[in-house]
Ligand binder design. Structure first.
Ligand SMILES: Cc1cc2nc3c(=O)[nH]c(=O)nc-3n(C[C@H](O)[C@H](O)[C@H](O)COP(=O)(O)O)c2cc1C
Length: 152
């Protein structure tokens, strides 16, 4: 499968998770690509050519998207493409001590993609930095369950 992994990160945790996921996908024979920005516009991401999109993002500020993911969200809002043929998954990194804004960026990206008609497969993975010092372990376990859902 052709899977695009887009990462939102400020200090590298989500980047590390995204890289681990991409390595695992490639090892399993998939065509996986990691991107960290969307400054060239939506066309560069070729969403229509992907079998799935995986958003892997932390949350910063008070529930905000990492800076590098903002252009992706902004272009989606501005262009409002029809994503009804796209399936996606969300890996959200956060910290429970932030309370109400726990994993807010992942939740907001989930809502934005759904509002454009895309279909989430599986549950959103929410990784709490307080209780899980090794987020890639959770991500790989989740990935094993997520991949078969793409076929349905
Ligand atoms: C300044 C700051 C603000 C944060 N705000 C939130 C937040 O609102 N909600 C949340 O769930 N996590 C929040 N976090 C926790 C990060 O999302 C978490 O540490 C994550 O693992 C960082 O991943 P990254 O290195 O990919 O950016 C914040 C962390 C920092 C340093």
């Amino acid at each position: 499968m052709n899977i695009l992994v887009i990462v939102g990160t400020e200090s590298g945790n989500a980047q590390m998770v995204g890289e681990t996921v991409v390595e695992d996908l490639i090892r399993a024979g998939h065509d996986a690509t990691l991107v960290e920005e969307c400054n060239g516009g939506l066309a560069v991401l070729a969403l229509e050519a992907r079998d799935a999109l995986l958003v892997c993002t932390s949350t910063h500020g008070l529930g905000e998207l990492p800076d590098n993911l903002i252009p992706f969200a902004e272009v989606l809002k501005a262009e409002a493409p029809d994503l009804s043929r796209l399936v996606y998954g969300i890996i959200a990194l956060g910290d429970q001590t932030y309370g109400e804004t726990f994993c807010r960026a992942g939740k907001d990206m989930d809502a934005l993609l759904a509002s454009l008609g895309a279909h989430r497969r599986g549950d959103r993975l929410e990784i709490d930095a307080c209780t899980q010092p090794l987020p890639d372990e959770d991500a790989l376990a989740w990935l094993k369950e997520w991949l078969p859902l793409l076929a349905s």
